[in-house]
Design a protein around this ligand. Structure first.
Ligand code: ZN
Length: 280
């Protein structure tokens, strides 16, 4: 009887702890919502700027009114929380900032703003920029590789973009190509500490299933590219699993039908992850 009483007492304590945790979570969510409302009240995006920029961006045309309103809130939060700075003399206007932030926020429209944690800056260059990165080869030799890039995403650092490329992909889009979506998809991927094509998944999603579906599609693409066959999606995706995820994300938002046809299991996983049933 005594043991039963102790057991009952333990259960009671556990239930109390669960209720306390739920209460703390609820308080945390309330504070977050209050903070978000405060940010939106103090930093609204002028309606005429929002309309002028977003109505020309094709990837938003499938979104409904509620989704667009939420995207506007996320964009205002982004502009308040992250710095978008020009480099090499580029003057960054509000319209440019909105164009970058709104497209970046499309990725997290049905996720949480926590997915953009751990970094604070976007750097815009006027055009493609040159980088020198040291690479260590298989036998340990260090090479200094120079590349000209349209975008780059540092694991715990800034996102760097060429405005020329952002402008082209934003206002003259091509299927499967959007440098903003690409570089910010790397941010989601790197959130768990490594750029490996596996972002922190939603509750209920299977990491094993994700890894199987992405690995199979990535391996198939690598074989196609190695054999010199034309690939259904941008062959740059065969560079690494991280690039495959970023490129697949570009297709998910800009040419979902192509992704669905060429990599149906990947498209299904991205639908579970990004949701956004209305986006093509
Ligand atoms: Zn990339």
């Amino acid at each position: 009887m005594e043991i039963i009483r102790q057991y009952d007492w333990t259960i009671l304590q556990c239930n109390r702890q669960v209720r306390q945790i739920q209460k703390l979570k609820s308080i945390g969510n309330t504070l977050r919502r209050w903070n978000m409302r405060r940010i939106l009240r103090r930093n609204p995006i002028p309606h005429h700027v929002w309309r002028r920029v977003t109505r020309r961006i094709a990837i938003f045309h499938e979104l409904g009114a509620v989704q667009m309103a939420h995207l506007r809130e996320l964009t205002a939060w982004f502009l308040h929380s992250k710095a978008i700075n020009g480099a090499h003399g580029l003057e960054v206007t509000l319209a440019m900032r909105v164009a970058v932030a709104a497209q970046a926020c499309l990725l997290i429209l049905d996720l949480d703003i926590d997915y953009f944690d751990n970094w604070v800056e976007v750097i815009l260059y006027p055009g493609a920029f040159r980088v020198n990165h040291e690479q260590v080869d298989a036998i340990g030799l260090v090479h200094n590789d120079a590349n000209v890039l349209s975008g780059e995403s540092w694991l715990r650092g800034p996102v760097i973009l060429s405005w020329d490329d952002v402008e082209r992909d934003t206002y003259s889009p091509q299927p499967g190509r959007n440098v903003v979506l690409h570089e910010f998809a790397h941010k989601l991927d790197g959130l768990n500490g490594a750029a490996n094509g596996l972002p922190p998944l939603r509750r209920g999603m299977s990491r094993r299933r994700w890894a199987e579906d992405f690995s199979a599609a990535y391996d198939a693409l690598c074989l196609q590219v190695a054999a010199g066959k034309s690939a259904c999606i941008n062959p740059y995706a065969a560079t690494s699993p991280a690039e495959f995820f970023a490129v697949a994300s570009e297709y998910f938002f800009t040419a979902r039908d192509i992704l669905k046809k060429s990599c149906p299991n990947v498209e299904r996983q991205l639908t579970l992850f990004y949701r956004q049933a209305g986006v093509r």
